[in-house]
Design a protein around this ligand. Structure first.
Ligand code: KPL
Length: 316
């Protein structure tokens, strides 16, 4: 398969490395030319509990250098989706599909505005990855990938075939992927995981597994998750408590050594995805006439961390 991964963050590098190693034709698109050159020069090194490997990678900042692509996989931060989509709108061929494999709510809607809904595919992953430095990633939690058509029954046949092909390709690469009929409940479940883990780990400065060791964290985690589950229900997605809380704890366990993506952002003084995760729950709760005090506090605290960055607006 010919695949372009957009965004050389932890998950982008992890995917690009596994797929390239499996013999797929992969390009990694990075909007920063110098970093793309560095990636191209040094390749990607993955370390994990099960194995460590290094693979050369084709990295570029220019879409014109990428000949043809079956699927574009978007791995940029949710806060950058609109900017990236605007930049790529005219450069991505009209027959190409885009898969969002990002955290947070609103990515499908934003991409659909730029590319039209029937070209958009959506996925979620429970793999935990920490970017150690450019092109160096720790696979800190072995998880799964779920793929589906963003617009459910209005989906295109071409998109469905592409997803099956991609799942087979990802499985061959060792990434544990499956196609599901309805991706929406999975996207909401992933949101619930991020709601429970990301802000708390960013505020406390701890790896995911530590949340299970601090008793007072449980109350906050449970409260944030319960609010998100209520909002999901208000949006027609039925998730169950206490199962969701148990699932979030299970992800803390399976990614115990991982530094959550939000904590990685805070450590690098970069804008976080708080507005697309806990902030999104607060906004949606308000629009449904529901209260979300725990997510309000978590959102305010992470915004406080961002406001304290030494470099205004975060590092580029
Ligand atoms: O998605 C993640 C993230 O860090 O953004 C989890 C699954 C919580 C792994 O850290």
């Amino acid at each position: 398969m010919i695949i372009t991964v957009i965004g050389p963050g932890a998950i982008g590098c992890l995917l690009a490395a596994y797929l390239t190693r499996a013999g797929e034709e992969v390009s990694l698109l990075d909007y920063r030319p110098k970093r793309a050159t560095l990636l191209q020069d040094r390749g990607i090194a993955v370390t994990g509990e099960r194995e460590a490997f290094h693979t050369p990678i084709k990295a570029t900042a220019y879409l014109t250098e990428i000949s043809s692509t079956d699927i574009f996989i978007l791995c940029v931060k949710a806060s950058d989706t609109a900017v990236v989509a605007a930049k790529l709108r005219d450069a991505i061929p009209p027959e190409s599909h885009l898969l969002t494999l990002q955290n947070g709510l609103g990515n499908i809607e934003k991409l659909s505005e730029f590319f039209g809904g029937n070209r958009i595919l959506a996925g979620a992953t429970s793999h935990g990855a920490t970017l150690l430095e450019v092109g160096r990633v720790r696979h800190a939690g072995y998880g799964e990938i779920w793929l589906g058509q963003a617009n459910g029954t209005d989906s295109s046949q071409a998109g469905g075939a592409l997803l099956q092909n991609l799942a087979t390709t990802m499985n061959r690469a060792g990434l544990q992927a499956q196609v599901v009929d309805d991706i929406q409940p999975i996207l909401w479940s992933k949101l619930v995981v991020n709601v429970g883990i990301n802000a708390l780990t960013a505020i406390l400065g701890v790896p995911n597994g530590e949340l299970l060791k601090i008793p007072t964290c449980q109350t906050v985690l449970d409260g944030a998750v319960a609010e998100a589950v209520q909002v999901a229900s208000g949006c027609g997605i039925q998730l169950q408590l206490p199962e969701e809380i148990e699932r979030v704890r299970a992800v803390c366990n399976s990614t115990a050594a991982n530094i959550s993506s939000m904590l990685q952002d805070v450590k690098r003084q970069k804008k976080t995805e708080i507005d697309q995760i806990n902030g999104a729950v607060v906004r949606m709760a308000a629009s449904l006439g529901m209260a979300s005090p725990v997510n309000e506090v978590l959102t305010a605290l992470v915004r406080g961390l961002e406001a304290g960055y030494k470099v205004e607006g975060g590092k580029p």
